[in-house]
Design a protein around this ligand. Sequence first.
Ligand code: SAM
Length: 312
Amino acid sequence: MLPDRFVARLRTIYPDRFEKILTTFDAPRRVAFRINPLKVDPDEALRRLRQDGLRCEPVGWYDLAFTLPSDTKEVLVRHPLFVEGCIYIQSLSSMLAPLVLAPQPGETILDLAAAPGGKALMMAAMMRNRGWLSVVEPGKDRFFRLKRNLENGGVTIAHHYMTDGRSVGAKCPAMFDRVMLDAPCSTEAKFKSYEPATSAYWSERKIKEMAKLQNRLLHSAIKSLKPGGRLLYATCSFAPEENESVIDKALRKHPDLSLLPIDLPLANSIGGLQSWNDRSFHPDVVRCVRILPDESMEGFFLALFEKGKNDG
Ligand code: SAM
């Protein structure tokens, strides 16, 4: 069962696709994972997995990503390659965020909400462990989990900070070439109708609280970005208050920011909403991307900013 009010809102967000989208909450997806080239040769990893009877299917749009049947997850988490940090279980939509931000070797990168570290691990691999990667997480248990995951994944360029992301922009103004803000959110895209615990704490009040935090985290992220730098904002929520509305506010408040188009080779993506509940958003918000949940991917929201070179 999903909360009635959540379902009613989903209908207003996706009026034309509602019935189909609703069915995606009812069945588990295939397990997706990524090979970590910092720890293992990808061909060797695939050979070992296949030798152990795991029939990995490539995803097509990213050569290090594969999927397995959903009931293989327990086998995968006990596999030596997983235990040694050579593979990382991660939803396919989550992998899009580092691909869109595209950190380069030698750059200075900030991951402002980093635990448990899936995107930070992927960014370190894309940077080939060259450059500087600051990772921020305020929750103590989650911080140590993040640290363990990065160490186990062979990341040597990470600098860990147990602090509130809202304070980082003031402490480190204009320091980073690229910033990842995979914001804390209402996690609506992770709800499962067959696991009521996943949506037990959902409420519209929580959405409002999250939006307030997201606005402040984004403000901090923008401050920490160098002129000419790029910032990726992402959530796994469907709520326009946590997505288009946050982007709209940032565009209106920071005239030096622009939204870049995001080009993805996926059929299950649409642009950001232009309006919702009688509220119209900044015209550029259409450049955001909503990943529509389907049988292979969870819903996701992505927005890519660039900071102008002339003012701060
Ligand atoms: N990027 C992570 C990954 O790929 O593994 C997932 C990040 S998760 C969506 C959001 C994270 O933000 C959570 O670990 C949460 O504890 C953290 N968080 C919550 N409040 C925060 C704050 N004020 N500053 C920074 N991070 C915060």
